[in-house]
Design a protein around this ligand. Sequence first.
Ligand code: SAM
Length: 239
Amino acid sequence: MSENGWNESAAAWIADMGEHGDFGRRYVLDPIMAPRALAKRPRAALDVGCGEGRFCRMLSAEGVACTGIDPTPALIAHAQKRDPAGHYIEASGEALPFDEASFDLVVSYLSLIDMPEITVPIAEMARVLRPGGTLLVANLNGFNTAGAESGWIRDARGELVHYPVDYYLDERAFWTQWRGIRIVNHHRPLQAYMREFLRHDLQLRHFEEPRPIVGAPEPKAERYRRAPWFLVMEWMKPN
Ligand SMILES: C[S@@+](CC[C@H](N)C(=O)[O-])C[C@H]1O[C@@H](n2cnc3c(N)ncnc32)[C@H](O)[C@@H]1O
């Protein structure tokens, strides 16, 4: 078993993403992330922790030259196979193999919760971003990860009662599993992330705790309305 479970989980992850991504991506995050990523017509984008490459493929289809990096060999190999003309590199967020100011747009799409520490990766994201460029982040909300070890409390009929948050301020790693995927995630309070973005004088241009889109299938959508599941942040590197 690898340290974080990602290599062993790669096949199940690829199956779970399918063509359109899982529920949270399709009905909650993509409707915000895709237009925001494209808004300023970036020429060169970097997707840090690109996984099997779905978001990079979406950007490439819109004419953006997207580079994806990921440390999980099975995922980066799959991304390259799905998109032979694309640019995918096995690398980790802690050491981005690019010169400074190389990208107009840097994306971290649900990858910061997978990183064992965030000081160096966020410094790296800021470094490779050009002045005036955008750092677009989707992450699990800290209220979500603070309750992930117990999960939803249900009544005798299996109906959701509430989602308990506990030890919110204490950073910790935990194993989590669903549909054949078993990986390590990291809980951090929001302040731990904000501290790192602010350290580089990045300017917050947008913050959102998104709801599912209208028409998202029920009853699953209810979960994403009742507990704060995701957040989206858009930071700008000053000129
Ligand atoms: C939840 S998946 C998200 C993948 C993709 N961004 C998406 O939204 O489908 C998290 C990804 O982070 C990657 N990852 C784990 N540790 C990392 C690190 N230190 N630096 C960069 N990526 C990492 C994993 O290999 C995995 O592909």
